[in-house]
Design a protein around this ligand. Structure first.
Ligand code: SF4
Ligand code: SF4
Length: 440
C-alpha cells in the first residue's frame, strides 16, 4: 500500500486529522459565518479555524491565548456546514478541538470560574432552580429590574437573559408526571409513542414549552412519554469541551430512551436534538452501546416534523403576522427548515413574513451568550434589526435559548414583538391559551 503522506506528519491528537483535509480552502463558507461577518478576520472564519487545528495538530503552532480565543469565539452554529460544498463536518471538528483545548490549556481564573459555574448549574435542574429562586422572589415582589440593576456586573447580563419566571414556573413541574393529562382526548393505547426529553435548563426556565409540546403531540394522536429522570443530553458539555462528561450523559440517556420503547425521541431544544441525533457517532467506539446509540439517534424528530407527520390541523383563525427564526442546530444540524414554516402557514388568518438572515445565529448558541457576551450582543442586535424589518407581531423559533436571547434584546429595545417557541405559539393558535397572549 502506498504511504499516506499526511500520516507522516507529527500529528497531535486534537481532531480526526484526516478529516481536516476535507476542507479545500475555497472560502465559500466565510459569508455564512457570523463571527467572520462581524470581525472580518480570517482566523474567526471556519477556514481559519481549520488552519489553526491543522497547525496545532502538526506542532507548527503552540496552543496560546490567541488560538484559544479564535476557537472560543466560534458559536458552533454550523452555518459553515450548510454552506460547504465539500461536506466538511466542522461541528464535530470544533467539538473535538475544544475538548483538546480544555485538557491542554490553563485558562485565567475568572474564565475557569465562569465555565465551572455554567457546568455545575445548567446541567442540573435542581441547582438551577435554587439559583434562580431569589430572582423569582424579586419578580413576584415587582423588584426584578432593581435586582438586575444592583447585581454584580459579571452576572448582570446573565440575569437579563432569564425569561419571566412566573410563566416558567407554571410548567416547571411538568417533567414529574409522565403521560400528563393533556386536555385532549387520550390517544389510543396503540398510538405511536414519543419520548419527550424535558431538558435541563429548559425544564426550569421554559417548562411551559414541554407542556405545550405534550398537548400538541397528544392532539396530533401521539402517546407522550416524558423521560422524567433523564439527565442532561450532554450538549452543554460537548459544546463546552468536556467530552467525557457528555459521553456519560449520553450513555445514561440511551439506556432510558431505549427502555421506554418509543418510536421517536424529541426535545424542545435544537442543540439537544442534534446532540441526541449524533449519539451514534459519539459512541461509535463503544461496541456495547454503539447499536443502541445509533437507533436512538435515528429516532430523533423535532416537534414540527412530528406534528407535520400526523397532519395536525388548525381550524381556529388566528390573524397575526409572524416571522420565523431558524435555530442553528435545527437548520444546519438536522436540516429541518421547511416543516416549521409549513405548520405556521397552515394556521388560518396568519400572515408569514420571511426573516432576513433567518438562519444566521442570534448569539445564543448554548452557553455562548454567557461566556462571550460581547459577540452575543452584536449578533442579538443584528437579529433584532432584521426582525423589526418584518413588521411581525411574533417571532417564532424552535429553541428556548434563541427565545431567551431574542426576547431579552427585544425587551431592551422596548419593542412589543413577542418571541415564542413554536410549541407555545402553536398552543396559542390551537387553543387561545391565555398564557401566551402578547400581554401575558
Ligand atoms: S460554527 Fe458558526 S461561528 Fe463557528 S466557524 Fe462555523 S459558521 Fe462560524
Ligand atoms: S470548510 Fe468547506 S466551504 Fe469552508 S473553506 Fe473549507 S471546503 Fe470551503
Amino acid at each position: 500500500m502506498a504511504a499516506n503522506p499526511r500520516a507522516q506528519a507529527p500529528v497531535r491528537d486534537i481532531v480526526d486529522y484526516e478529516r481536516l483535509f476535507d476542507c479545500v480552502h475555497c472560502g465559500l463558507c466565510l459569508e455564512s459565518c457570523p463571527t467572520y461577518l462581524v470581525t472580518r478576520r480570517e482566523m474567526d472564519s471556519p477556514r481559519g479555524r481549520i488552519y489553526l487545528m491543522k497547525a496545532l495538530a502538526e506542532g507548527k503552532l503552540d496552543l496560546d491565548q490567541s488560538a484559544v480565543r479564535h476557537f472560543d469565539l466560534c458559536l458552533g452554529c454550523r452555518g459553515c456546514e450548510t454552506a460547504c460544498p465539500s461536506g466538511v463536518h466542522y461541528g464535530e471538528l470544533i467539538e473535538q478541538a475544544r475538548d483538546w483545548v480544555e485538557r491542554n490549556y490553563r485558562r485565567p481564573l475568572g474564565d475557569r470560574l465562569r465555565r465551572f459555574v455554567i457546568g455545575q448549574l445548567f446541567a442540573h435542574p435542581r441547582r438551577l432552580r435554587m439559583a434562580v429562586a431569589p430572582m423569582a422572589l424579586a419578580e413576584r415582589a415587582g423588584l426584578r429590574s432593581v435586582m438586575q440593576r444592583i447585581a454584580p456586573a459579571a452576572i448582570r447580563h446573565w440575569l437579563e437573559l432569564i425569561p419571566p419566571l412566573a410563566r416558567s414556573e407554571r410548567g416547571s413541574n411538568f417533567h414529574r408526571t409522565s403521560q400528563r393529562a393533556s386536555g385532549f382526548a387520550s390517544p389510543k393505547a396503540d398510538a405511536p409513542a414519543v419520548a419527550l426529553h424535558t431538558g435541563c435548563a429548559a425544564r426550569v426556565l421554559a417548562g411551559h414549552e414541554n407542556e405545550s409540546a405534550a398537548r400538541l403531540l397528544s392532539a396530533a394522536g401521539y402517546r407522550v412519554v416524558t423521560l422524567a429522570n433523564a439527565p442532561c443530553c450532554g450538549a452543554l458539555d460537548l459544546h463546552g469541551g468536556n467530552r467525557e462528561r457528555a459521553l456519560c450523559f449520553a450513555r445514561a440517556n440511551i439506556r432510558q430512551m431505549q427502555a421506554v420503547g418509543a418510536t421517536a425521541v424529541t426535545t424542545m431544544a435544537a442543540g439537544c436534538l442534534t446532540t441526541i441525533a449524533e449519539y451514534g457517532a459519539m459512541l461509535r467506539g463503544e461496541p456495547e452501546l454503539a447499536a443502541q446509540a445509533q437507533t436512538v439517534g435515528q429516532s430523533v424528530r423535532d416537534l414540527s416534523t412530528l406534528l407535520g407527520q400526523r397532519r395536525l390541523r388548525f381550524t381556529r383563525p388566528f390573524p397575526c403576522t409572524v416571522t420565523y427564526h431558524e435555530a442553528c442546530h435545527l437548520a444546519h444540524g438536522l436540516k429541518v427548515r421547511e416543516e416549521p414554516r409549513r405548520l405556521l402557514q397552515s394556521i388560518p388568518g396568519l400572515r408569514m413574513v420571511e426573516l432576513p438572515e433567518s438562519d444566521l445565529c442570534c448569539g445564543s448558541a448554548g452557553s455562548y451568550n454567557l461566556t462571550e457576551p460581547a459577540m452575543a450582543r452584536v449578533l442579538a442586535a443584528r437579529k433584532a434589526e432584521n426582525i423589526l424589518k418584518t413588521g411581525a407581531d411574533y417571532v417564532v423559533m424552535e429553541n428556548p435559548g434563541c427565545e431567551f436571547q431574542i426576547a431579552a434584546e427585544l425587551r431592551r429595545r422596548g419593542v412589543p414583538i413577542r418571541a415564542l417557541h413554536l410549541a407555545d405559539f402553536l398552543s396559542l393558535a390551537l387553543e387561545d391559551n391565555p398564557d401566551w397572549r402578547p400581554d401575558a
